[in-house]
Design a protein around this ligand. Sequence first.
Ligand code: SAM
Length: 527
Amino acid sequence: MNKKLSGTYFTPIKIVNFAYNYLRQQNKDFSTVLEPCIGDGRFVDQLNRSARRVVGVEIDSAKIAELKNKNYEESVHIIHQDFLIYSKMCNERFSLIIGNPPYINKKNIRNEQLELCRTICKELLLPESIMKNMWVAFVLSSINLLEENGTLLFVLPTEFLQVQYAEKLRNYLEEKFNTIHIITFEEKMFPDIEQDACLVYLTNERDAPSFISYLTYYKLDSQTYNYKSKIERNKPLKKWSNAILTDDEIDILSIASSKYAKMGEIVESAPGIVTASNEYFILTKEEVSKYDCRDFVLPIISKSSMIKNKFEINGYAVNELANNAKKTYLLNLANTEKNNLPESLLDYLEKVAVIKRSNIEIQHSFKCSRRKPWYAVPIVRSGGVVFFKRYDVIPRLSINPAHIHTTDIAYNLRLPKHISPESLVFSFYNSLTLAQCEFAGRFYAGGVSELTPSEFKSLAIPYTEIDHNDTCELRKMLNNNARLDVITSFVNKRTLANDFEEHEVQQIERIHKKLIARRKRTPPPAP
Ligand SMILES: C[S@@+](CC[C@H](N)C(=O)[O-])C[C@H]1O[C@@H](n2cnc3c(N)ncnc32)[C@H](O)[C@@H]1O
């Protein structure tokens, strides 16, 4: 079966061994074990050494045939069934449920399985919106099969720790289990795929306070962790990836942030233009002359990589991009009668209309079919300051005096009169706001981070009027790719230092560095 459809990425043997040793260190009863998606039996091979009874479930008949050849002891029971069905009918309870559930995107899940997923949510009073991937159904169905103080240990995609759709699932798990361990590795678990993974250990200890512990190991076979932190106070924790901070550090961030207004309170912000197809609605300079449509285009920035480390975006920067054959002109045809358009442009639109993507003509695609005419891209207002929602090392906020449009790669900020764009951009580059970007946002396997519109609005900013010479200095630093700590220490002196002692600012700087190290998978800074 196709790997994407069956979600089959076998757990590295080093992780199987790691999990076995980890469980032994926990000194709990693991005498009855369930492996809900046994695959080739690698977890069972380890665990049947110490368990009294092991049940392994698998949907794939080829794997079942191979498992039968393994001649397991009588204590091991292999069941050929869909786990979603098995879990509904099973009356047995287990002291340990362990495995690496299939990662199957909702769009590839079969309809009858989706129906089962929906029932699971309904029964647990959870919204169906959390069912974006098969592993969610495996986690929820497994919990029902645990003994009272049983343990669940799963290999899960690291995105589980932070994606918004799984927030309700994380909250639910925090209610169910008083002991949560998140075990991460600096070495990649699945080097051949984008997806990063971690181990999640959930259990209940009698009379124990409830906590989330975050452990980092260098290698998949490391014996001791190189980093550990514990969250007891700041629960429920919106994003478990933030358990890398200590309670004290989270308190520092929230107390410091509470001193300042939030972005959403001082500026209006909204995503840029959604074209439905940047490739065809945004043209190069050459295409603009070819289709004779100079009067029907707007300058636009469509990729954040086009404008790197700029304090300001302006017409000059866009011209430079245009001269380098970059796509920088958006077709602006919403208010123009068709018969006023040049012949060559009409020919072009006729060709684009019937280009197929995922078997659907562009003119009939979800967004275009709602427009009249189909090529009338709605133009949203631009802003005097622009925030690029994805970033690598430093999030980017730039002044935009010419009000150049962007696609939805950026949020356009509209400022009230008393807020100066230069001062806002300058004030943004302080360690507290940047730490909050890391804390509030999510990051992808490659280390790139992203903030949703509401996460951006939640950022606290120590806005203050900044002297022109200082904004010029920051402009130079950004243009010259100055190091992040050089930038923040300069900005901190003009912003945070007005309200905090030096050692407090240093603490915030350290928290910021720690959060970046987590995202970039580099060792955390020394305490
Ligand atoms: C990621 S692999 C893990 C296999 C093995 N447990 C391991 O850790 O290497 C997921 C396994 O789940 C099986 N599987 C997929 N959907 C299933 C379902 N609904 N019920 C039971 N097994 C399923 C796949 O055939 C595959 O063997």
